[in-house]
Design a protein. Structure first.
Length: 245
């Protein structure tokens, strides 16, 4: 099922190691990060004076994410909003995360370039909105495999099983505990579940933690830990299937 944009989150990291991320609250507009490959102009000079000079643009191989802006309904009593204003003054670089409800997530480093109050109509009851501008530095990294709904990550390994068309799942970390169960789903386009999402019905198959699973190499497999009593997702992870031919 295709998910909506509802629940898209932007997070700000702190200075600790490892970095701890906090949701930026009261978001009003979160555009995608545009990554454009820079081009360089190349000129070809002919060997003969009678031939024309050719000029063309070719990809440089460098991706420029450029600047990034998002909107918030500013709450100056909120600690995360206060940090954004403090970063504007200090120009300290921090990590940010953009997380979509379907499990797609990106991480990048940036400084706060500016915070601008949007136009206000004193006769209107509309909310007061600020636009926050970031200058992205370095690469924008796809961290979808590390995050599920932005919370809990389940690591595991898929390797060739002992039977044809079988994959073996090992090194599940962390393992399920009392009152929890494993379920899985395979396919070419398998979405990562949100934490708390009920994983029941025919799309999900129970797994005992050791049996080899029927799947095709190149497919995706999502393994999840659920609360047995409710079916609610606790942790989940996604890997590309490696199966015995």
């Amino acid at each position: 099922m295709i998910k909506s944009n509802l629940g898209t989150r932007l997070q700000l990291g702190d200075k600790s190691t490892p970095v701890v991320f906090a949701d930026i609250p009261e978001l009003r507009n979160i555009p995608p990060i545009e990554q454009t490959q820079e081009k360089i102009d190349a000129t070809t000079h002919p060997s003969s004076a009678n031939r024309p000079i050719f000029r063309k643009s070719i990809p440089s191989g460098l991706i420029d994410p450029g600047d990034y802006e998002f909107e918030i309904q500013t709450d100056r009593a909120n600690a995360v909003h206060q940090m954004l204003f403090a970063l504007l003054t200090s120009q300290e670089e921090r990590k940010f995360r953009l997380i979509y409800p379907d499990g797609y997530a990106q991480e990048f480093s940036a400084t706060v370039l500016g915070i601008t109050r949007n136009e206000a109509d004193p006769q209107s009851p509309d909310m007061i909105i600020d636009t926050v501008a970031l200058a992205i530095s370095g690469d924008v990294v796809d961290i979808s495999e590390e995050l599920i709904g932005g919370y809990s990550y389940l690591a595991f390994v898929s390797s060739a099983g002992t039977g044809s068309g079988k994959t073996k799942i090992t090194d599940v970390t962390p393992e399920k505990t009392v009152g929890q169960s494993y379920v899985y789903q395979t396919g070419m386009t398998v979405l990562l579940p949100m934490i708390g999402q009920k994983l029941d019905g025919s799309a999900w198959t129970s797994w005992d933690g050791s049996a080899e699973i029927t799947a095709e190499t190149g497919q995706s497999i999502v393994l999840a830990i659920i609360t047995t009593a409710t079916g609610a997702c606790v942790k989940a992870g996604r890997r590309t299937v490696v199966a015995l031919a």
